[in-house]
Design a protein around this ligand. Structure first.
Ligand SMILES: *Cc1c(COP(=O)(O)O)cnc(C)c1O
Length: 402
């Protein structure tokens, strides 16, 4: 599953090239850096890999969401629709930018349900964020068409789906932009880091300036200190060491996906022995980055029995319905509106009126799906020993159901 499994000599070599120059900053120092621009090169190569024109590297996947939303003009008063099965970062970023997250259902793709999305659109909806969870595509073509029909841009949260595609086109390249994360547990990692990809050059320029304190990046004989500003920015710059690691990991990405696809196939063949088991809807098997094997039991009771048996057998599966980081009813701090701000922001607006009230029962369709779901992470390196463990655990599950 994560790129750290194969961290090695290639990453070291890239890092040493940076250390040899002593320049850790992505800009400036033209003489000292001897032509080494790791972050810039990583942006160019990652964008090319995704089949788009531009890439903007940032400090994290969360920062990628924030920088992209800022450049798309999202702010207070705006509603942003996303799904109730995602990592907390998606709605953290929406709230931090001052907008309001509106949660929609997922379907058996485990991604945004287009029918429910359309029901949740209001006059205030300014952005749609489908999340390609666990390396496999949302119904992005349908979602994009709905966005187009209503004149609402689509930002793809592609944090978990580097290397994945739908019908030959990379995830992240369908909407106005796509955001990626390279945190330690993602398909490829730079320790911390993120990227936004887009074909929109104006959006790219705004993201580039926003993420760098508003620097206008115009050619300026006075250097960075002489650059002007068109708007307020902030700092989400990636450093050269991360860019270097990113280049080494990107070169391994297709190999990572190929290994995971093979390992997923072997694991799926074992899990398929469980009576009544069905698998997550994958819109394009070839485009799956295969980081996870997600399967359903016929009902919650059977899912619980299988979960218990697999754990007892030494190969426990993740039950996302109980996971507190990825599933709406488990976000107690969101539901309670817990914040450090004494004013209550972002859950309470100046003056004391509540901006948002979330109800744990608001997504019944997602709940019915999540209650039946179990998930195995798929490693890049799958030993025969581990496969044997899974096989033995599956036999326990088969026995538990009979
Ligand atoms: C990991 C993740 C993020 C955030 O990325 P970080 O680099 O950890 O900030 C955003 N969205 C999803 C769906 C993620 O899985």
């Amino acid at each position: 599953m994560p790129g750290f499994e194969i961290f090695g000599e290639e990453e070291k070599k890239e890092i040493l090239e940076v250390l040899d120059t002593g320049v850790l900053f992505r800009y400036e120092f033209p003489e000292q850096r001897k032509g080494v621009y790791k972050v810039r090169t990583f942006e160019e190569k990652f964008a090319a890999y995704c089949g788009v024109k531009c890439g903007q590297a940032v400090t994290s996947g969360t920062a990628a969401l924030k920088v992209a939303m800022a450049a798309l003009g999202i702010g207070p008063g705006d509603e942003v629709i996303t799904q109730g099965f995602t990592f907390v970062a998606t709605w953290e970023a929406i709230l931090e930018i001052g907008a309001i997250p509106v949660f929609a259902e997922v379907d058996e793709t485990l991604n945004l349900d287009p029918a429910d999305l359309e029901k949740k659109i209001t006059a205030e909806t300014k952005l749609i964020i489908p999340v390609h969870m666990m390396g496999a595509p949302a119904r992005i073509e349908e979602i994009k068409a709905i966005g187009d029909k209503h004149g609402i841009p689509v930002l793809e949260d592609t944090a978990q789906a580097a290397g994945a595609s739908l019908n030959g086109r990379r995830l992240g390249s369908f909407g106005a932009c796509g955001t990626f994360s390279f945190d330690p547990v993602k398909t490829m990692t730079t320790g911390e880091g993120g990227m936004i990809v887009t074909n929109d050059e104006k959006l790219m320029r705004d993201m580039s300036e926003y993420h760098d304190h508003g620097h206008d990046h115009a050619v300026n004989p006075g250097g960075r200190g002489g650059e002007g500003r068109s708007f307020i920015g902030s700092n989400y710059r990636m450093m050269e060491l991360q860019g270097a690691i990113g280049l080494a990991q990107l070169a391994k990405l297709d190999g990572i996906v190929a290994s995971q696809q093979q390992n997923k196939k072997a694991m799926k063949a074992l899990v398929a022995r469980i009576p009544g088991v069905t698998f997550r809807t994958i819109l394009d098997e070839k485009g799956d980055n295969a980081s996870f094997l997600a399967f359903f039991l016929p009902d919650k009771d059977k899912a619980q029995k299988v979960k218990t048996a697999l754990a007892a057998g030494g190969a426990g599966a993740i039950c996302f319905a109980e996971n507190t980081w990825h599933y709406y009813p488990k976000w107690e701090h969101l539901l309670a509106g817990a914040t450090l701000a004494k004013s209550g922001w972002p859950f309470v607006e100046p003056g004391g009126k509540k901006r948002v009230v979330y109800d744990a029962q608001a997504l019944p369709k997602s709940a019915a799906i999540m209650d039946r779901l179990l998930v195995y992470p798929v490693p890049i390196k799958l030993s025969q020993e581990r496969l044997g463990q899974i096989a033995a655990a599956v036999e326990k599950a088969v026995a538990a159901l009979s």
